[in-house]
Design a protein around this ligand. Structure first.
Ligand SMILES: Cc1ncc(COP(=O)(O)O)c(C=O)c1O
Length: 390
């Protein structure tokens, strides 16, 4: 007889209509839309319609900080330390624009497994004097903290690395990296996109200087909302060169410069914020905060362990850490012809994706149930066996 597992998060499935219409296994790429997003976006339209220009003072001017505070409650960030930006690439570009690479301390330490958008951004900093050091991975899937620690020295201007590797969901042990960076006086900027909303994170306990993430994945907040945490004691000293009038203490003075910065988090902004996206994102943040990341993690560990066990029994390569404690919310499976397998899964209404070198990625979330996982694995087995002529 199959064991029935009590699932305290089961009622949340109702909030995500798509989870009932398709087998939604793609929270690592685009989390399902919560009903509340529709309500929040309708509030935005009502506000704009009823109050027009007065919406800025009513509700919109401080929204990048207010929504940042909602997200901050998910990652242990003090009030006022998180601001909202269009995406992670821009959030990181803002931080990096404040770093001086013109002197001897000009090394930017990153890793070859960071998300390519970040690597392109780092590469471009060479024109500003940055010496970009890409730490290699031993196996193309995981990043050993000791290798990063070794690459950090007194000439390091900043360490910019992923906390969870996008291809494999491997967690990076950031403690020693942050300790080493601190010892040589270099700040650390973490890309936490594959982390926030599925694995517990406390930025204060971690002691990280800057941390960026986005909303489309485990936060179920939709596109157009990246966030940036800046350590509160660091904030008043940061002067992004990528800046604008929203960061100025008197934006309606239309002072032609030189630029002066606000004292609060809005100093990290630049031009007019993406207000509608912030309404949508807030819905996802509220829900993740209500569900609680520790509960999400417990369920994710159970569902992803089942995926790993099934894959091992089938002889598929598991291109993610097998040990749950070292893995984030998704599992990458090295089946033959992953692109074709993915296309057929999509045709069968199993939503997932694939990545070169690691295969098909399955990312369940708190709105999934055991049947979703069994269905996704069953369809995948049928497709793979069919290709092998079994
Ligand atoms: C680790 C990681 N960083 C960054 C991104 C994307 O960043 P952006 O918000 O700039 O599109 C992704 C995925 O889309 C990711 O997995």
């Amino acid at each position: 007889m199959a064991t029935v597992v009590a699932d305290p998060l089961a009622p949340w499935r109702e909030e995500f209509p798509l989870a009932k219409h398709a087998t939604h296994m793609i929270a690592h790429s685009l989390g399902a839309m919560p009903r509340r997003a529709r309500t929040r976006v309708a509030e935005y339209l009502d506000q704009w319609d009823a109050r027009g220009i007065r919406s800025w003072q009513d509700a919109w001017w401080m929204l990048p900080l207010e929504v940042g505070d909602v997200l901050g409650s998910v990652i242990g960030a003090p009030q006022g330390s998180v601001t909202m930006h269009p995406n992670v690439t821009i959030a990181q570009a803002i931080v990096l624009s404040a770093i001086d690479f013109s002197g001897k301390r000009n090394r930017l330490v990153c890793t070859e497994l960071d998300f390519p958008s970040m690597l392109y951004l780092y590469e471009g900093l060479a024109d500003r004097g940055a010496r970009v050091v890409r730490v290699p991975s031993a196996d193309g899937l995981t990043m050993d903290a000791a290798r990063i620690v070794e690459a950090i020295d007194e000439q390091t201007a900043i360490v910019a690395i992923s906390g969870v590797i996008f291809k494999s969901a491997a967690l990076v042990d950031l403690g020693p990296v942050i300790a080493r960076a601190r010892a040589v006086g270099a700040p650390v900027l973490v890309d936490a996109y594959q982390w926030v909303g599925t694995v517990p994170l406390d930025v204060t306990a971690l002691g990280v200087d800057y941390l960026a993430g986005g909303s489309v994945k485990y936060l179920c907040g939709g596109p157009g909302a990246g966030f940036l945490y800046v350590r509160p004691d660091l904030l008043p000293t940061v002067k992004p060169r990528l800046t604008g009038w929203i960061a100025h203490p008197e934006p309606f003075g239309f002072d032609p410069g030189p630029m002066r910065y606000r004292d609060d988090g809005l100093r990290m902004l630049n031009g007019t914020p993406q207000i509608p996206c912030l309404y949508a994102a807030r819905a996802g943040y509220e829900i993740v905060s209500e569900v609680g990341v520790p509960a999400i993690r417990a369920k994710s560990m159970r569902l992803t362990a089942r995926i790993v066990a099934f894959a091992q029994a089938e002889g598929w390569t598991v291109n993610s850490p097998v040990e749950g404690a070292r893995r984030g919310g998704s599992v990458s499976l090295g089946v033959p012809e992953p692109e074709r397998v993915h296309r057929e899964l999509d045709r069968r209404d199993v939503l997932c994706d694939w990545r070169p070198g690691v295969g098909v990625r399955l990312g369940p979330h708190f709105y999934n149930n055991d049947d979703d996982v069994e269905r996704a694995l069953g369809e995948m087995k049928d497709i793979v066996d069919g290709m092998r002529g079994r």
